[in-house]
Ligand binder design. Structure first.
Ligand code: PGA
Length: 260
């Protein structure tokens, strides 16, 4: 049985004091929810402060990116070992903002996924089509390539811990999420692609596929209840104690229903 994961992507927001207050509030409001997994990915500068606030809770720490080399002369970069050392369990890889503004290709993303797994970090591999690609009927082709290139060369044993996030670029930060038919259609498709790639029904069944893109307490119930949706990657709504905590609460009740 897959467990829903509610993952916060704070992006380039939150000074340390703000991070502390936000985390404290989330810890306070979510401490009795035990049916779901929770992850917070703050900016690198707030990893430590968030880590200290989530000690002895079920909330796990994540990073928003990682470099694919283990150490050396790479000014400005952060290695997977450093993330582990900082207490991270997860790392977001291939977010569309990284692809769009920092020129990350499927090849770079594949190296990052591979090195993250080697270092016992759980990669959250993000995939998603632009509006233009969807309109041109190329969404599934783009998603297929992002998944297959992203996972290339990684063996089944390592792959079992990976998380995939479907984030249609046109839904991110726009207030306009994909509708439930679009989400379920893509998630089922991604699971099929993974099934073919791994030649394993069981693996494909067990891998968590999150939805991201304007998820909020208003649409979460509907999206999280979908058969192939296993959680959310949350941007805007993760920056407030109330909205993020209600997302966790909604996920908790959806998980209970899914388990019945
Ligand atoms: P959003 O961002 O929830 O603000 O749309 C999601 C994401 O980019 O991960």
């Amino acid at each position: 049985m897959r467990k829903l994961l509610i993952a916060a992507n704070w992006k380039m927001n939150m000074y340390r004091q703000e991070a502390l207050e936000l985390t404290r509030g989330i810890v306070e409001q979510t401490r009795f929810f035990t049916f779901v997994d929770i992850m917070i990915a703050p900016p690198f500068t707030a990893l430590e402060i968030v880590k200290s606030e989530i000690q002895n809770t079920q909330i796990q720490l994540g990073a928003q990116d990682v470099f694919f080399e283990e150490s050396g002369a790479y000014t400005g970069e952060i290695s997977p070992g450093m993330l582990l050392d900082a207490g991270c369990a997860y790392v977001i890889i291939g977010h569309s903002e990284r692809r769009q503004y920092f020129g990350e290709t499927n090849e770079i993303i594949n190296k990052k996924v591979s090195v993250a797994l080697k270092n016992h970090l759980i990669p959250i591999l993000c995939v998603g089509e632009t509006w233009e690609e969807r309109n041109q009927g190329r969404a599934f082709l783009v998603l297929n390539q992002q998944i297959l290139f992203g996972l290339q060369g990684i063996d089944n044993e390592k792959l079992s811990s990976i998380v995939v996030a479907y984030e249609p670029v046109w839904a991110i930060g726009t207030g306009k999420s994909a509708n439930k038919e679009q989400v379920q259609e893509v998630h089922a498709y991604l699971r099929d692609v993974i099934k073919e790639f791994t030649s394993s029904n069981e693996m494909a069944f067990n891998i968590r596929i999150l939805y991201g893109g304007s998820m909020s307490p208003k649409n979460a119930q509907e999206i999280l209840s979908l058969k192939d949706v296993d959680g959310g990657l949350i941007g805007g709504a993760s920056l407030k104690i109330d909205s993020f905590s209600s997302l966790v609460q909604i996920a908790e009740s959806v998980q209970k229903v899914k388990e019945q």
